[in-house]
Design a protein around this ligand. Structure first.
Ligand code: SDX
Length: 430
């Protein structure tokens, strides 16, 4: 007999099935709650609601555990590459040598974008936000690949996935070049994924940018760390859009928009802006923390706290070590890194943060690293999107496996009761 939860309400008692996950996570299945009880559940912000079953990523927020398809993030960070991690997330297993060769070959084959797409950049103002451009261009890309809109075969899916992951680099770098009025740089087929992106970002006509191995390795690590994170805001958005039967490009373009917000992927920009303010205005860190803790203040310690992690985000630990190593090798002392470390130290010894189990998250140190790599601040969240794209695609594929079921939540209505239409001459201003 499967375990059941008992619900007593309105004088009646109901039994609801319990669902057990692979890692001991447990849920009460309320799929039939409304038809059997007339009640729905209400969980604003989805603090306690599982939207799906997923086999892609596992997080244990209390233990600070993150695994992609069962493999700990710490191992992937040390041993894998971003291209390999993309395959792992999408297909569930590490690729064989031959699979990786073919997969990597698709990235090279599809790194260019249609010449017509380059013309779009003439239409964007130089002040256009790279996230707006990225979302628009992902959808625009699908106009040039109509055959990829209808995913009628696994082969079509694989090509569409490779095209998107490869071309997001080209689009991102082109949006940067267009924003600073420099010529767009084409990808080079012999360069690896990360080196090619850095080449397109920083090379200029007749002088190629030669990325140093540490910068390439840092970008690789950042992309791996950002590649997926179970049902975060943007991945849930991708699943919501995918559930309507929308194509991969439209779903991922929606994910870009969700990621943009400062409470989500936009936090890496907000962290650096916060650190820059603390540095430029010589703000006393204890005073700043006092403002953050003030109930009347809307100020938040950006890069701190997480809906799931109530322990140190394992990605933040790796990022902190990377920041130390990269800046150490560059023999660059970035005052913002020193401020970040002091801020972390003050916060982690303050009861406000300890009681609420607020720790640094993935965004707390990433911006300092991206700055050291020469990435402009307004491109930070674009880098996050580049990393998260394979996770979005893996979620899109999971929604479509066995046919998408439309995601359509219910609500508790709090508006006005029934009333009649009033002709305009009889209306009184409220
Ligand atoms: C990402 O979901 C994911 O997996 C996301 C992500 C991914 O890889 O996809 O990990 C990437 O988005 C990381 C998070 C980046 N965002 C930030 O760094 C923005 C700053 N952090 C917060 O805004 C906040 O911590 C959230 C939004 C991340 C999570 O907030 P929750 O889960 O909604 O927590 P909450 O607002 O209910 O806070 C609980 C308490 C509150 O205080 P009380 O009302 O109990 O007194 O903690 C406080 C909050 O005020 N709090 C903070 C805080 N975060 C929470 N106080 C000060 N500074 C903060 N950063």
């Amino acid at each position: 007999m499967l375990e059941q939860a008992t619900l007593s309400v309105g004088g009646d008692t109901y039994h609801l099935p319990v669902v057990d996950g692979a890692e001991g996570d447990r849920a009460i299945n309320v799929t039939k709650l409304r038809e059997t009880t007339g009640f729905i559940t209400l969980d604003e912000g989805y603090y306690n609601t599982g939207s799906c079953r997923s086999a892609i990523t596992f997080i244990d927020g209390d233990q600070g555990i993150l695994r992609y398809r069962g493999i700990p993030i710490e191992q992937l960070a040390r041993k894998s590459t971003f291209v390999e991690t993309c395959w792992l997330l999408i297909y569930g297993e590490l690729p064989t040598r031959e699979q990786l060769r073919c997969w990597s070959g698709l990235f090279t084959k599809y790194e260019m974008i249609h010449e017509g797409l380059y013309k779009h950049f003439d239409g964007f103002p130089s002040t256009g936000h790279p996230m707006a451009i990225l979302s628009a261009m992902i959808n625009a890309m699908s106009c040039y690949e109509p055959s990829l809109i209808e995913m009628e075969s696994p082969a079509t899916f694989q090509i569409a996935a490779a095209r998107l992951i490869s071309k997001i680099r080209t689009i991102a770098a082109a949006s940067y070049k267009a924003s600073i009025g420099l010529p767009i740089v084409y990808p080079k087929p012999h360069l690896d994924y990360c080196s090619n992106f850095l080449h397109m970002m920083f090379s200029i006509p007749f002088r190629d940018y030669e990325p140093d191995p540490d910068t390439v390795a840092a970008l690789q690590l950042i992309l791996i760390l950002h590649a997926d994170h179970e049902q975060n805001c943007s991945s849930s958005t991708v699943r919501m859009v995918a559930s309507s039967g929308a194509n991969m490009f439209a779903s991922c373009a929606a994910g870009v928009c969700a990621l943009w917000g400062p409470l989500h992927g936009g936090a890496n920009v907000a962290v650096v802006e916060m650190l820059q303010h603390l540095h430029d205005d010589n703000v006393d860190l204890n005073d700043y923390i006092r403002q953050v803790k003030d109930k009347n203040s809307t100020l938040r310690l950006m890069g701190f706290g997480h809906r799931v992690y109530k322990n140190y985000d394992p990605r933040a630990s790796i990022m902190k070590e990377l920041a130390d190593n990269l800046l150490g090798k560059m023999r660059e002392r970035d005052p913002l890194l020193e401020i970040a470390k002091r801020l972390e130290d003050v916060a982690l010894n303050d009861p406000y943060f300890v009681e609420r189990r607020l720790y640094p998250n993935v965004d707390f140190y990433s911006g300092v690293i991206l700055r050291a790599m020469g990435i402009p601040v307004n491109m930070f969240t674009v880098i996050f999107a580049m990393g998260r794209l394979p996770g979005w695609i893996a979620n899109w594929r999971e929604v479509n496996e066995g046919g998408a079921t439309l995601y359509r939540p219910r609500q508790i209505y709090t508006g006005g009761l029934a009333r009649d239409y009033v002709p305009i001459d009889e209306r009184k201003s409220a």
